[in-house]
Ligand binder design. Structure first.
Ligand SMILES: N[C@@H](CCC(=O)N[C@@H](CS)C(=O)NCC(=O)O)C(=O)O
Length: 215
């Protein structure tokens, strides 16, 4: 049995959860907050980052690694095509969204989501990077109707949790959603993917976590 560790506000935790649900892999959850100094957590995720999973063979951290493991270990209900090139194209989209969109927008989160601050210089630097990277993303993404084409794949699990964060963070920081401003109309796509049972569970559990009184 897989144990998914983390908590449901984390976009990366929710990506792994959606994959577990889509692939119908039985799992349990262990609530772990970020930056834990607990030895049992650090032994599984040395930087204290979430998510990580526990498997019968031992723990695994880093979302992309976890997703590859799940796909290899549980081949039923595939989220990656069998063809090597098509599979690489799906992973290219996952990496692009994680690395060049979400990770760049992440610099804004302390200011826009957590009541912290970010310097004007950093804000401007992030904006330039996002504008450039979103233009590049437009060359890869298909929305036909899924991000990689006609089938729902791993890249949709990544996009569903990450694109809205990029949109919300840029809207809060710059007064405009930089995805929409660049003509990436991801809202109908979010509605389509949002109709899936896995999406509804992820969203409901995220809301419940956000309503939960602080420990
Ligand atoms: N590269 C990691 C990133 C995961 C990550 O940054 N998780 C956040 C929560 S969404 C976290 O644990 N942040 C705490 C920290 O960076 O110390 C992955 O892909 O799993």
């Amino acid at each position: 049995m897989i144990t998914l560790c983390g908590f449901a506000v984390s976009n990366y935790f929710n990506i792994v959860k959606q994959v577990l649900l889509e692939k119908q892999i039985p799992y349990t959850e262990e609530r772990v907050m970020t930056r834990s100094q607990d030895e049992a957590v650090l032994a599984a995720s040395p930087l204290g980052k979430i998510p990580f999973i526990r498997t019968p063979q031992g723990p695994l951290c880093e979302t992309a690694v976890i997703l590859d493991y799940l796909e290899a270990q549980f081949p039923a209900h595939p989220l990656v095509p069998a063809d090597a090139f098509a599979a690489a194209k799906v992973r290219e989209l996952c990496t692009f969204i994680n690395l060049h969109l979400e990770l760049v927008a992440r610099d804004l989160y302390p200011a826009v989501f957590f009541g912290g601050s970010v310097s004007d210089e950093q804000k401007e630097k992030t904006r330039k990077q996002l504008v450039r990277n979103i233009e590049a993303f437009k060359r890869l993404v298909k929305f036909a109707p899924y991000v990689g084409g006609h089938s729902f794949t791993l890249a949709d699990c990544v996009a569903f949790s990450n694109l809205p964060l990029v949109g919300m963070a840029s809207k809060a920081a710059y007064g405009e959603d930089l995805l929409l401003a660049a003509g990436v109309d991801y809202k109908p796509y979010m509605k389509l993917v949002g109709e899936r049972a896995s999406s509804q569970q992820v969203v409901a559990e995220r809301k419940a976590e956000m309503m939960r009184p602080k420990d």
